[in-house]
Write a protein that binds this ligand. Structure first.
Ligand code: PRP
Length: 205
């Protein structure tokens, strides 16, 4: 059996639909799973994980493959193979500020709140900002709105969260997409099975 790590967040539903279209009854299995965190679908054992944990399971070889955003792969500094992009969930990692505020133009230090403390610090340094990063777990946009931080580094997909919370993107720092990722050693040994999964998900690896 191939062990596949999938993110429980907003990618799971479209992944289920993509797999169904490729002939793998993943969506049906997920519906039947209830609160189970491990689901068997055909020859696959599917682990349902927090998005940020997918690269860790794959890098450590507990799962041979997984689907994870580039943001999570880089944040975890995970040594995994990126095999192919998944055809949805493309978004931008942006520096975000409250409407009326232009923090990056004011010079000096920048206090940034983010779910991606490592990535935010690295990208801020590359752009010449002296940043202090406050790690948060979610709803990070509030930090800029309420003054916990000068700015936020977070994903923007449709832009709706920003619009509805009085915020705007100051700068785009990274284009982000979900990838089918694989453990390096497992890919050498189980390449055919992993390629077959890639084809099911709509790509030729
Ligand atoms: C992500 C991201 C933004 C939002 C952006 O959050 O952190 O908050 O989606 O999407 P939009 O531009 O389409 O509005 P997610 O839904 O993953 O929840 P979280 O903040 O709890 O991590």
């Amino acid at each position: 059996m191939l062990t596949v790590a999938l993110p429980k967040g907003r990618l799971l539903e479209p992944l289920g639909a993509l797999a169904e279209a490729g002939g793998l009854p993943l969506a049906a299995a997920l519906r039947a799973a209830g609160r189970a965190l491990v689901v068997e679908v055909g020859d696959l054992r599917v682990l349902l994980l927090k998005d940020a944990d997918v690269p860790v399971y794959v890098a450590q070889g507990v799962a041979e493959v997984g689907v994870a955003g580039l943001d999570q792969v880089l944040e975890r500094n995970a040594d995994v193979l990126r095999l192919m992009r998944v055809p949805f969930g493309h978004c931008r990692l942006c520096l975000i500020a409250a409407d009326g505020s232009r923090p990056a133009e004011e010079g000096g230090g920048l206090v940034i709140a983010s779910k991606y403390p490592r990535l935010a610090a690295e990208l801020a340094a590359r752009r010449g900002h002296q940043a202090t990063v406050i790690p948060l777990a979610g709803s990070v946009e509030l930090a800029a709105r309420l003054g916990l931080a000068d700015a936020v580094v977070d994903l923007v997909e449709t832009g709706r969260t920003l619009r509805e919370n009085g915020l705007h993107p100051v700068d785009e720092w990274l284009r982000v997409a979900p990838y089918l990722i694989a453990n390096r050693a497992a890919f050498h040994v189980r390449r055919d099975e992993i390629r077959a999964l890639g084809r099911t998900l709509g790509g030729a690896l």
